[in-house]
Design a protein around this ligand. Sequence first.
Ligand SMILES: NC(=O)c1ccc[n+]([C@@H]2O[C@H](COP(=O)([O-])OP(=O)(O)OC[C@H]3O[C@@H](n4cnc5c(N)ncnc54)[C@H](OP(=O)(O)O)[C@@H]3O)[C@@H](O)[C@H]2O)c1
Length: 463
Amino acid sequence: MRTTERERGQSDGARLPGGVPPPRPLTSPAVTTPVVRIGLLGCGTVGAALAALVGEQRDTIAARAGVDLRITRVAVRDLGRVRDVDLDPSVFTTDAAAVVTDPDVDVVVEVMGGVDPARDLVLAALAAGKPVVTANKELLATAGAEVFSAADAAQVDLLFEAAVAGGIPLVRPLRESLRGEPITRVMGIVNGTTNYILTRMAEAGAAYADALAEAQALGYAEADPTADVEGHDAGSKCAILASIAFGAQVTAADVHREGISRITAADIAYAARKGYVVKLLAVAELLPAADGGHDISARVHPAFVPATHPLAAVRESFNAVFVEGEAVGDLMFYGRGAGGGPTASAVLGDLIDAAVNRQHHTHGSIGELRPARLRPLDQLSSPFYICLEVADRPGVLAAVAGVFGRHGVSISSVEQTGRAERADLVFITHSAVEANVRATLAELGDLDVVRDIGSVLRVLDDL
Ligand SMILES: NC(=O)c1ccc[n+]([C@@H]2O[C@H](COP(=O)([O-])OP(=O)(O)OC[C@H]3O[C@@H](n4cnc5c(N)ncnc54)[C@H](OP(=O)(O)O)[C@@H]3O)[C@@H](O)[C@H]2O)c1
């Protein structure tokens, strides 16, 4: 059927000379802008920042994206808690399940954290055909395959940009822009607390305990810092990165994890003298296998990073993720990996997408995640930094070097620093198989001249 000039005028608005439509207004949503009602699960650091951002940006979002976002229900644990949010008190409830099933909720935003009850709530929302936006790394690193397939079955969005590296756009580039890219490695600093601690140790010569206390005083570290300093938080993010980069089911339990709590100022000073910076890295890597296929290695550990590598320059609580692809080469994503504002910004981007997709009866999908074939850590190779406290007497170095030699671990450099009746021996090895290094350390631990095995850190050399 042909459209008349009058009908075209109604659908396109009055046209400027040359058929150019007039610009859309940037403020004041058109009266017809469809309202999308948001059910917010959690109103803590991220939820409250999101509520503020939605309030501030509502008109702009309506003008640019054509959706009028309204937060209509909010679930919290404690109704009595004072909250700095501009929302009507009547929208708050402690019944999170009721928010999910409320007919006045079109899209669910889960920013409560933890696996339970978040997992059941997200599954219930998806089963009810409601798109979900989540910032919950723990949930995705534990039950990612289950919730992604529930979203696909329900044909709605499940978006999670904020779950890895907070405000840094990373998940969307990996899922969309780099969809066809043969990615070989994703390696990043994805925990701001540990990066802050390591930065203070490197730049102020602070001891680990003092740098941690400073991070706690500044609000970067929790009173119980275990999740950050022992690498649990980075491990969840590593699992998510490996899953989306390689289209595989990788969970937090698959990620080898070592933290930073045993690193000393002396390790960091030694690294600096040799041209390295110590960073806690999350590494998701695709490794060619003998059968022509590929294995995945997913691990979190501190490492000596060459001072010339872009990740070495990432200071304080900033995050950065370095992506290596066969066609695209090297990419780096940098910014604030946590905090209410940055994280809410990532959630809001997803929320707008989910709301717009819902209006157009469409949705994205992460695609099928195949079972992951994981390469055991013992089979990986790299140079190592090994620090030993030994008795300071003749023949010790020869005895220790003999143990390295028996296990096929070749030494690149050794330094000795003497103190009263004891000495520190610091080795850098050539690239060595992890299993051989472990066997070396086990035998060294049995030598009576070895008083203590200090830090054992991998050295990045394949950059
Ligand atoms: N904070 C960050 O910088 C950041 C960065 C990236 C990702 N994330 C992720 O974002 C999520 C939220 O983090 P957050 O820092 O905002 O946490 P938070 O400050 O502890 O807030 C959690 C919110 O969820 C509510 N809540 C918890 N359990 C509940 C339950 N069973 N029923 C109802 N409400 C419940 C809490 O209620 P009350 O207020 O009443 O206690 C609170 O409002 C987590 O998954 C986190 O990993 C956070």
